[in-house]
Design a protein. Structure first.
Length: 208
């Protein structure tokens, strides 16, 4: 028996990367408004911090701040009103936002090498003194038939398509059209290791 779906907030500008704050509120990015927003039963949807650019995801840190992945202000044809720099940002409960810098990376590719058909086998990400080892486990080319904006269907990612809607495409990779369709973002379930700690999350890359 399916449980009824209750809408808690609407009209969001491409929300992603939710987490739970210590006080129980849900915090998330709104990419198209360049903000971090929060929701609670008492206050509803409200602003948490203005970070500019195009925030893609956020996560609560052990210090009580919210850490943000910032793409700079670009999603498909959309551009932020106030552009930023691709970086990691840190939003404090009082609304302050710190710029932590841009992460550097070293990637080891599969035998196919860097390119549309190559896969990242492992990587190292560095941000200041923090070094994170990454091991992708399950890569998925999300630009192929997912409405992520790289094909003729345009941008449909995150948009409601109907109840239990299933969509997809089949490409012949021996053709130029099929090979070209592989251009896009690759998402991987991945294992992350740093300082003797291990966690699981999403590793995303785009080869240009």
């Amino acid at each position: 028996m399916r449980r009824p779906i209750e809408t808690l907030a609407g009209g969001l500008g491409h929300p992603e990367g939710p987490d739970v704050l210590p006080d129980g509120r849900i915090v998330m990015v709104e990419t198209y408004t360049s903000k971090i927003v929060a929701w609670s039963a008492e206050r509803g949807l409200h602003d948490y911090a203005l970070c500019g650019g195009g925030p893609n995801a956020c996560m609560l840190g052990s210090d009580g701040a919210v850490y943000i992945t910032q793409n700079g202000g670009t999603v498909g044809a959309w551009r932020a009103e106030v552009m930023g720099r691709p970086s990691i940002q840190k939003a404090w409960p009082d609304g302050r936002v710190d710029f932590l810098g841009r992460a550097e990376h070293d990637l080891t590719w599969s035998a196919a090498g860097p390119g549309l058909f190559g896969l990242v086998e492992k990587g190292t990400i560095r941000l200041g003194d923090v070094v994170v080892e990454v091991e992708p486990v399950l890569p998925v080319h999300i630009g192929v038939g997912t409405g992520y904006g790289f094909d003729s269907d345009g941008w449909k990612h995150g948009a409601y398509q109907g109840d239990l809607e299933v969509q997809g495409k089949v490409w012949d990779l021996s053709t130029a059209e099929g090979k070209g369709a592989m251009f896009g973002i690759v998402d991987s379930v991945a294992k992350f290791t740093t300082g003797g700690q291990t966690g699981w999350g999403l590793f995303e890359h785009l080869y240009i």
